[in-house]
Structure formats: structure tokens, C-alpha cells
Design a protein around this ligand. Structure first.
Ligand code: DAH
Length: 342
């Protein structure tokens, strides 16, 4: 019978296409070609209804057998090919876990940044916020609002870098005090770390340096609160054994004004040849004081109701003392041989 012969041919062609397929994609092509909706075998099955009852039985059976045989071959070949392809992929993606790693050099913190982090962490632990202000500051915030109006002799001591349009490179972080008071009502507790600038360059001065300003404004704050707070801060940075002392000083924006010394963390004052304190027993650490009522008023805070204390310290100098570095200029030359020591 002609149809059965054709079925046999189609089956053989399909089987050899399936067996010869070299990828799952080629296998899918063969499936569509021989068993798909418009495959010749499918057409034959569809036309069975038009045949005589005898032919119908005969052709139907051989068409079904052929289909089943092709499907079986497809299944077997699919399993074989996908196992092979999987193995191929695993081989291609293999990672040699015994290869040595690629070394990733570790960076480290700049000595000034270490001190800044220690000081800021300490104050954050007390509940202080952290505030920042612009490095290009207005003459007003850098000087006038802090009790240093135009023409005041204290201005000449600041070695200011002047910019255009009445701006200066801020000579200290104190202007952030005023900005903070203007931006939030008391109580205020903030520290303000940042870069500051003065025309100065020698072993203990660089044109750019860092300061950390602190400001507390609340009802009933006294110089005692200032001293206790800074003593705890000094112990946090220099060790539990240090003590502090206040010396009278003068700043335009505080009254009274003080300077704070920390007892030498190396010798405690017992070594006349101490490299850290040079035998003095004390290290000068920062300027501070009770915020001048005029400054409070200028910043919109009622000095009858509130008092405040403020302080400004130099983390670069503190790092020099703590790590025994003789020249501040080393800090900012970017020499990795120096910086890697910390
Ligand atoms: N701004 C001062 C300076 O740069 C440091 C200072 C002194 C800050 C006393 C203060 C302060 O807040 O109360 O030398």
C-alpha cells in the first residue's frame, strides 16, 4: 500500500534526523519537521477519515506506530543531548578554586580622620548631633556674627584667605555655631567637624587644617558642664588616666573664655624629658567658653532664658600629639609611606 510505504519512509527519515541531531536546537527542528502541525505524517493522520474502512485501520495503525517510534527516539536523544550540553556548560563555567586570590590592598584612615571619628563618636554617644557648614563662608558668619565686626583688630590675626563677593575661606568652624542656632530652636547639642583655612605654613601650621566645633545651648548650662564634658572627651581620646585644667583666655564670641589643657597622656608630668609634653606635663588642647550673650542674641536665642557653652579643637594637632608626629605638613602631602603607618 502506497501510503504505508510513505509512512515507513517518513519514519526512517525522521529517525535518522533525530539520531543525527547534534544539539537540542537541531532536535527541536526535527520534531517540528516530522511531528509538527504541518508535518506530512500529521497530514496523513488528518486524512484518514477520507479512506475506506479497511485502509483506515491499516494506515491509522502504522501512522500511530511511526509517531510513537519517532517520539521515543526524540525522548532518548533529548536526554542524551541535554546531559552532554550540561556537562559542556559545567566544564566551560568551571572555577578553579585552588587558584591564588587576587590581593585587594586595604586602605586606612588618615590620622586626622581617626581623631575626628573618635571625637564625633564620643559626642554622638552623648546625644549630640553633627552639623556642617560651607567652607566658602560669608564674612558675616565667619566674623561679624561672632562679635568681630568690620574693622575689629581681631580680624587681622586670622590670616584670612579672601574670596570674591564678600566670601572668605572660613578661618574656623565657629560660624557653624551661628548657622545651627538660626536653623533650630534650643536645646541645641552639636559638633561640627570640617576643614578650615589660614595663610600659614610651618611645622605646626598648614594653610588647610581641621577643626571640630562644639556647641551646647540649653537652660542652666554652666562652665562646670563644659569642663565635665570636655574632660570625658579627653579621656575617650587620650586614655582614662588623663585630667584636664582650664586656663583663662579670650575669644570674642565667648565670655568667660578658657583654654583647656590635657595632662600628658605619656608621662602624666613625671618626665622632664618627655617627648610628648616637653616636660610641661600638659598639652594645650582647645579653646572654649560660655557663648557670649551677644552671639546668642544675634542668632535669635534669648540670653535671659538660655546659656550655652562652645569649644573648638584642632584634630590635626591632637593626632600629632597622640601619634608623636613632629611636622603637621606631613599630614597633607599625600605620601603613602607616611599615611600607611597608622
Ligand atoms: N574659633 C576658635 C579658633 O579658631 C576656637 C574656639 C575658641 C572655638 C573658643 C570656640 C570657642 O567655640 O568657644 O581659634
Amino acid at each position: 500500500m502506497a501510503v504505508n510505504g510513505r509512512i515507513e519512509e517518513l519514519k526512517n527519515a525522521a529517525l535518522s534526523a533525530v539520531r543525527g541531531a547534534e544539539s537540542t536546537a537541531a532536535l527541536e527542528d526535527a520534531r517540528v519537521r516530522y511531528l509538527g502541525r504541518s508535518a506530512e505524517l500529521t497530514e496523513i493522520k488528518k486524512s484518514i477519515g477520507t479512506l475506506s474502512p479497511d485502509e483506515r485501520k491499516e494506515v491509522g495503525r502504522s501512522a500511530n506506530l511511526a509517531s510513537r517510534e519517532i517520539e521515543g527516539a526524540l525522548e532518548a536523544k533529548t536526554a542524551q543531548l541535554s546531559a552532554g550540553e550540561r556537562e559542556e556548560r559545567l566544564r566551560a563555567e568551571a572555577v578553579d578554586v585552588t587558584l591564588p586570590g587576587v590581593p585587594h590592598p586595604r586602605g586606612n584612615l588618615h590620622p586626622s580622620q581617626r581623631i575626628i571619628d573618635e571625637v564625633v563618636d564620643f559626642f554622638v554617644g552623648l546625644g549630640y548631633g553633627v552639623a556642617e557648614g560651607p567652607e566658602a563662608e560669608t564674612d558675616y558668619y565667619n566674623f561679624t556674627a561672632l562679635g568681630i565686626p568690620p574693622g575689629h583688630p581681631a580680624r587681622t590675626m586670622q590670616d584670612t584667605f579672601f574670596l570674591d563677593d564678600g566670601l572668605v575661606l572660613r578661618t574656623h568652624t565657629s560660624p557653624v555655631q551661628v548657622r545651627t542656632m538660626l536653623s533650630q530652636p534650643p536645646p541645641v547639642y552639636v559638633v561640627c567637624p570640617g576643614r578650615t583655612y589660614r595663610r600659614d605654613s610651618d611645622p605646626t601650621h598648614t594653610p588647610m587644617f581641621h577643626q571640630i566645633e562644639g556647641l551646647a545651648v540649653d537652660r542652666g548650662l554652666t562652665l562646670g558642664h563644659l569642663k565635665g564634658t570636655l574632660a570625658a572627651m579627653a579621656r575617650h581620646v587620650f586614655g582614662d588616666d588623663v585630667t584636664v585644667r582650664l586656663r583663662p583666655s579670650y575669644f570674642q564670641f565667648t565670655e568667660p573664655s578658657v583654654e583647656l589643657d590635657v595632662s600628658c597622656f605619656r608621662c602624666g608630668g613625671s618626665d622632664p624629658n618627655c617627648k610628648v609634653c616637653k616636660g610641661a606635663g600638659w598639652l594645650e588642647m582647645l579653646g572654649a567658653g560660655m557663648v557670649d550673650p551677644g552671639v546668642l542674641e544675634e542668632a535669635g536665642v534669648d540670653p535671659e532664658e538660655y546659656t550655652g557653652f562652645a569649644f573648638g579643637m584642632g584634630p590635626d594637632r591632637m593626632a600629632m600629639a597622640k601619634y608623636g608626629i613632629p611636622d603637621l605638613r606631613l599630614f597633607f602631602e599625600g605620601d603613602l609611606r607616611f599615611l600607611r603607618q597608622f
